[in-house]
Design a protein around this ligand. Sequence first.
Ligand SMILES: Nc1ncnc2c1ncn2[C@@H]1O[C@H](COP(=O)(O)OP(=O)(O)OP(=O)(O)O)[C@@H](O)[C@H]1O
Length: 854
Amino acid sequence: MNQPDVAQFPQGHILTVGSHQAKIARYLTSGGFAQVYIVEISPSNEYTGSNIACLKRVVVPDKIGLNVLRAEVDAMKLLQKNKHVVSYIDSHASKFSLEKGSYEVFMLMEYCEHGGLIDFLNSRLRNRLIESEILNIMSQTCQGIAAMHRLHPPLIHRDIKIENVLISKDNVFKVCDFGSVCGVIRPPKNAQELMYVQHDIMKNTTAQYRAPEMLDLTRGFPIDEKSDIWALGVFLYKLCYYTTPFEKVGESAILAGKYQYPAYPQYSDRMKNLIRVLLTQHPFQRPNICQVLEEVARMQGVPCPIKNFYLERVKESEFLSPQTLNFPISTAHLSPTKNMVTPVKQPQIISPLKPQLSPIKNHVIPLQYNQTMNLPQKTNMVQYQTIPSLPSPHVSKSFASIEPQLQIPVLKQEVHRESPLKSTVQEDSPLKSKSTIGQNQYRNRNPHFNNNIGGVAFSPTKRASEPQKNDVTTKYVNAETQTDDEPGVVNLSRTNSVNSIASSISSISARYSNLNDSNTGGSIVRKLSEQLKKVMTNESTNISPVRTNSRNDTGSSIKSTIDALRNSVSGISNNVRSFSTETYRNASSASASSVYKRNISSESFIEPENNDKGDRRMKYRSLPPSRINFEDDNAYLPHDNDTIDKRKSGKFLSVPENQTPFQSPSPMKFAVDNDMKNSIQKRVMDLLKAAQKSPVKKTASGYGKYTTHHSETYQPKSNFENRSSYHPQSNQDADSIISKSKPKVPLRRQASINVASRQPSVVVKPLTRSASQSARTTAKKLSPPPIPNKPRSLRPQPPKKSKRLSMMVIPKDSNDNILGNSSRTLSTGSTSMQDVNIDKLEEDFRRRFPSTVQ
Ligand SMILES: Nc1ncnc2c1ncn2[C@@H]1O[C@H](COP(=O)(O)OP(=O)(O)OP(=O)(O)O)[C@@H](O)[C@H]1O
């Protein structure tokens, strides 16, 4: 045993484990960390009714180790009632008398009389499993995993392998060993997080079963349910071929998705295809556990043993909260089952605490935005929730008495590991017991959450030996229940981080505020999160690599927040990472619905059937945060019920006539409005406003004359009231002033005429080449007949070369006035509003309107 050398209990020894008396019947075996005994218990196991149980005895050197085991116990408790999980009976921990500072932990669980799956496989070396046997094992194992994934938040097993499935007396296959369980781990955001997560993965997972996103953390994918799905692919492969697909080449083969099917034994294409789909490189393209079970059931020709809980959640969410379904959706895969989310309640904003100063409670796992890691962003990013670390109300009763506070987990693997099963494997056996598979089992837990759902359906259309990299192009959708998830395209950038954090905080609280610890994974994950948070924030050494917002840090927080908002408004970003519509949408609302939207939409941005993901991402990446291309078919879906119905029926909806697709969040408006106060822009706007108040009578003769038509409707109470020098060219003057401030792309004439002619009001947005193009087109469509050019003498002077404010005016169908429209944003692609040469503009303005400028 990889522990302090502890003598075995003699037969007949009686001990108390929680509320049970356990009498040692016999010593069974030793795992990497535990002595395992068969015991008689009293009272009997309330689930199985049996008085025979398995006792696991582990000695841990310190409280850290104790906490690790506590998490394992808590995970087992949560899964206690599932038939395909080894059921937990009781536990107990006490100080270990033989070694100071160490603890002795006892775990009572259901005894699996028929031993391990690996033993079963080894008993069938010559007579390999047939397909129906494999499907049966696969189905039962998946049911055990489904019990974890269905928790809310889900638990990730992280160490699914042949060795961790046991067989009960009545031949039920059961998942065991919850020592590696964690919540969803979001992609690391800086080097320190990366190192930590990497280390944690090495400790808690088995090399041959590691998913690509575990090996290459810079891919930007979370470690979540889909990582378990990958492991199930390896598991299934091994059930078939008694070896793992990447056994020979190792990591590089995993990362390249390269493997082959042995010629013997022969399995159906459908079986191979199932393996192939599970081993899809892109985690979002992998099926979820419900889909795997559905496919296995179909292959077995039996009804699916579980309900598709992902699907149920979607239905529930749609029923409860149709208004929140404002998410982008791909036209190609419209189906009510497509995007699945967990229903959430209205979020409560959790105040993040400063790690060094605050005890660990009510705060989030570090979400660092001011210290961006220089990691290559190879893939699109998803926005992940951070981790709520709340006090756990469900500490194991026996454990609770010892040490309620979780600590940094100990690395159990520091000791050599010996497989008790090694001897059971025949020499020529291709099977290896756990110690020979290269696993690196430490004990640690990572608490992150995510709600990745959906996946793929199955079709034996592609040989699994083909490289898997392009699997994104082959996606199989089951008409009945298959979901079809896609990676989100939310990239976090520095400038967006404030919003991201806000929405993350909201999403955490939203997601977990309604959790009942007794029936969710919340308790265990919270504990795990505390551990991870402690490690990641380096609390023990008071060198926090992570900056979290804190009440104690309001000054700088507010400043940086405002800076970030400003930057967002102006489109400035030092970070090349993209910012998608989705992030923006979320950032704008910071509400439960935003969380909901994000959860759904993050699944729907990328179309699995085609390869244009990169292009689409690039498109989003090229957009500054304050401007989103709503012409994109997928970028907008209205809220109303009608919309939902249409979505269900497969129709894509464009932006409805009276709805602004998306507007800048109010904080941005606030920042801009403040900046605008007393600025020359404000005055220019006033000019325009006044001009607009004077309805222009457009006659055929009036067009293009720029002569006297304003005078007919001149309003003395306008800003121009006392202006003796006022003349009907005011609009032009205003144009010219504006155009001086945006010399590179002057305000489109058509647009300005629309303003003057009271076309539907407009919003002002930063202009880029493509945007200007589209604005031009739109303006052309909406504008009255073309206007002849102004006489040269009346045209504004060509602007001097300098980078100044550039604007475009696009029609907006609400009744907002261009001047009164509070949602208007003025920004540039390269500089903020403060950069406009106000003095120069003012001087120019004075020169033109001496009577109006004091
Ligand atoms: N409930 C059980 N019923 C029957 N046998 C069991 C049971 N639990 C464990 N065993 C046996 O004991 C062995 C070691 O158990 P387990 O894997 O839980 O210990 P461990 O030290 O945590 O191992 P690991 O190295 O996988 O972490 C298992 O491989 C299995 O053969």
